[in-house]
Design a protein around this ligand. Structure first.
Ligand code: BGC
Length: 762
């Protein structure tokens, strides 16, 4: 729960630097009120503000501080100097900045805000803290592969502890967009294709960022983004149009946002895309109807980067003034980066095109959020040069980076138990563009992390094996280019070794914002390298680096062992070595289905059955739903992942009848028949066989990661309730209908596991 009450005591205990701030009008008004929830201080403060100062509170800009991280991340837009930003702060025309650099910058800006501006309203500092701050954890999609929301909560907490020390109050995370199309580059920032997994990770990350209380100096305000359906872009092309039914919106794309808000997220970012003709940034139905009226969201809505300005390019607004009016009246409280609000809101209010009451409503939300973050209490509470130095990359945070990294790796294949490898006695050729070097370790949306501080594969493996290891490292080719003599050198290295570790995949810049791909395959030079190395006949372990589901081909698809290693962050090499050499049994599961071919995208396991499903089996049948020559199923489906154990599912126990009001308890026995201790992700799926709205072929309803000692078994029990069987009915309201449901407890979304059925009886 987030504190709604401001601690007066904290204010009284404020440090010396805050003393001068004590005379501030804004703070005095707040202290005179009983709590920040009370409208009295806000009313009094609003009464003192000019319209321009109000518009200033709704204007957020990229930090202009020299060398600011912001400049490297987003397209240039506006070119304010730091001095200009200080001047804007002094005149109350700026609410805060984002993606700035550190406590020193924040201190200089906050000093101006609270000592030199008329009303002394503190600035807010925001940043894209997506998967770590200086300690970098796996990219969010990779971490979702852990199927451990608790782990995501812990890494979000650790990120908040580091970032808050550098003066950051607000993170533009979590990204909770469901991503069903591997071509889209931004799937890497979320939790994948599944609704339930998306909801659980959304809530966990919010809890982690926001901590126990927003006022704590190590808490960050979370921002659920991008509202909404950003991941449903036509053909996976980033920023492209979305045309989605309200039913699919409510059933697939909105639930993770609702979970994030239920977990306490205080802000929401409007998406770039249009939805069925209306850009999300000007979508009143979405931002006011759903978010405010239905969900009762009381927090702050911020635009995405120039999202309001982009209404013009969308062909939705004729000019800047109209774009401002449309975005603002639709419910975007704060404008990011265009400067439209400060430029046009005063005039829009003066001419009566925007009611003053609506302006006050938005400003009230911003001030309330600043108060809840404790900024009126102590504007410097998160600006702490000493903590900024000592709280980063601690032994504990790096240990967590290693733990989260190894929990995120997914083993797709392990023929003849090629893995784990013995720690001695075999010579190893580590080959590929990701074999070594301080690049492509942290992955995209890593504003403050440094690849140079991350552990690469060669280092991690060398450390694990010690000085006597027989390890050769050969690049073979670049990520998207050939190297003169590269393949020859790689083939020679493979021939000289007992085993090949092939480190191939995508570079960090091949996924993330604006990085849509038409074909989710390996770049040709790497495929050629893989074919040549495989032709030596040496056993190959593929270590795939990737920011999306990929379509594996040829020698890569056929390699006897394949590990999906995403972008694992600070401890990449050590975590992968832990798995390769058996110190940790892989326990990750795919949060996105790997298709057989790119052309199947958007492929997701929970698709509808069609009227002509291809019958079970491997043969495509005429006039049934499949592509020419391939079945429409995954090469490796959502939920798939192997361990070093031998896992067997048996003994489904489920009552054949579920009463309308009664829960249904279902269980299965999961046995590890292998000799190693492992963790298994046990998944519960259902299918509603016949309903008034067609239902997916399978839906995940619960999952649990269990630990199994060698040669042991466990009965895993789930409880299904009627509420788990809800769907969005004809009237666009949640409904449940009596009838027959299939039920699986299985190791993946397309595996049989154990299968039964029950009737829901009214
Ligand atoms: C992205 C957001 C991000 C913002 C600020 C935009 O381009 O879509 O996810 O938070 O930039 O960096």
């Amino acid at each position: 729960m987030i504190d709604h009450l401001l601690s007066r005591r904290a204010a009284l205990l404020a440090a010396a630097t805050v003393a001068a701030w004590a005379g501030s009008p804004a703070r005095a008004l707040l202290l005179a009120a009983d709590s920040i929830a009370s409208p009295a201080w806000l009313d009094a403060l609003l009464a003192r503000m000019t319209v321009e100062e109000k518009a200033g509170q709704l204007t957020l800009m990229a930090a202009a501080w020299a060398g600011s991280a912001a400049t490297a991340l987003n397209p240039p837009s506006g070119n304010a100097s730091f001095d200009q930003q200080l001047a804007e702060t002094r005149s109350g025309r700026l609410t805060g900045v984002f993606n700035g650099n550190g406590a020193e910058m924040a201190k200089r800006m906050q000093d101006v805000a609270v000592h030199q501006s008329r009303l002394k309203i503190p600035l807010i500092f925001a940043a894209d803290v997506i998967h770590g701050f200086r300690t970098i954890f796996p990219v969010p999609l990779g971490e979702a592969a852990s199927f451990e929301p608790d782990l995501a909560e812990r890494t979000a907490r650790a990120a908040a502890v580091e970032a808050s020390a550098a003066g950051i109050d607000w993170t533009f995370a979590p990204m909770v967009d469901i991503a069903r199309d591997a071509r889209w580059g931004r799937g890497i920032e979320g939790a994948g294709e599944d609704i339930l997994l998306g909801r659980r990770f959304a809530a966990a990350r919010v809890r982690g960022f926001q901590g126990r209380s927003l006022t704590d100096d190590d808490s960050l305000m979370a921002c659920a983004k991008h509202f909404a359906a950003y991941g449903a872009a036509e053909s996976g092309l980033d920023y492209s149009s979305v045309d989605v039914s309200e039913r699919t919106l409510r059933e697939v794309y909105l639930p993770p946002f609702k979970s994030a808000l239920d977990a306490g997220a205080v802000s929401v970012m409007a998406a770039f895309n249009e939805i069925s003709g209306i850009p999300a940034t000007a979508n009143e139905w979405l931002l006011r109807g759903v978010l405010r009226d239905e969900w009762k969201f009381g927090g702050l809505v911020v635009s995405d980067y120039t999202g309001d300005e982009e209404l013009i390019a969308h062909g939705f607004a004729a000019d800047a003034r109209e774009a401002t009016r449309l975005a603002f009246l639709a419910g975007v409280d704060m404008s990011m980066q265009s400067g439209f609000y400060i430029r046009h809101l005063p005039d829009l209010v003066a001419k009566g095109d925007v009611p003053m009451a609506r302006l006050d409503e938005a400003v009230r939300r911003v001030l309330q959020v600043k108060a809840r973050l404790g900024l009126f209490d102590d504007p410097f509470r998160r600006i702490h040069p000493e903590r900024e130095r000592t709280r980063i990359r601690t032994r504990d945070s790096l240990a967590l980076a290693r733990e989260s990294a190894r929990r995120s790796v997914v083993m797709l294949r392990n023929q003849a138990d090629l893995l784990p490898l013995p720690k001695s006695g075999r010579s190893i050729a580590l080959i590929g563009p990701f074999a070594d070097g301080q690049h492509d370790l942290n992955g995209t949306w890593c504003v403050y992390g440094d690849d140079r501080q991350a552990c690469d594969l060669a280092t991690g493996i060398q450390e694990k094996l010690g000085g006597s290891a027989r390890l050769s490292v050969t690049q073979g080719c670049g990520v998207e280019t050939s190297l003169a003599g590269g393949i020859e050198a790689a083939v020679a290295a493979a021939r000289a070794a007992d085993i090949v570790l092939l480190a191939i995949g995508e570079s960090a810049s091949m996924s993330g914002e604006a990085q849509a791909r038409t074909s989710v395959t390996l770049p040709a030079p790497q495929q050629a390298l893989a074919e040549a190395v495989a032709a030596t006949g040496k056993p190959v372990v593929v270590l795939l680096r990737n920011g999306r589901a990929m379509a594996l081909e040829g020698a890569v698809r056929d390699a006897p062992a394949i590990l999906v290693t995403w972008f694992l962050g600070s401890e990449t090499g050590r975590a992968v070595a832990d798995i390769l050499f058996g110190d940790y049994s892989p326990s990750g599961r795919l949060p996105v289905s790997f298709p057989i071919e790119s052309g199947q995208e958007p492929y997701h396991y929970d698709h509808k059955p069609t009227g002509r499903p291809n019958p079970p089996g491997d043969a495509p049948q005429d006039y049934k739903a499949h592509f020419r020559g391939i079945l429409n199923r995954a090469l490796y489906p959502f939920g798939h992942g192997l361990t070093y154990g031998r896992i067997h599912y048996s003994d489904l126990s489920a009552d054949p009848r579920m009463d309308w009001d009664g829960p249904l308890s279902v269980s299965a026995t999961i046995a590890n028949q292998g000799d190693r201790s492992v963790e298994e992700v046990v998944q519960l799926y259902i299918r509603d066989r016949a309903a008034s709205i067609t239902r997916p072929v399978r839906e995940l309803k619960d999952f649990r990661k269990i630990r199994l000692a060698p040669r042991s078994s466990q009965v895993v029990r789930f409880t299904l309730r009627r509420s788990d069987l809800l769907f969005v009915g004809r009237a666009l309201e949640p409904v449940v209908e009596p009838g027959t449901f299939d039920l699986w407890i299985a190791p993946s979304s397309e595996a049989e596991g154990v299968h039964g059925a029950f009737d829901l009886v009214r």
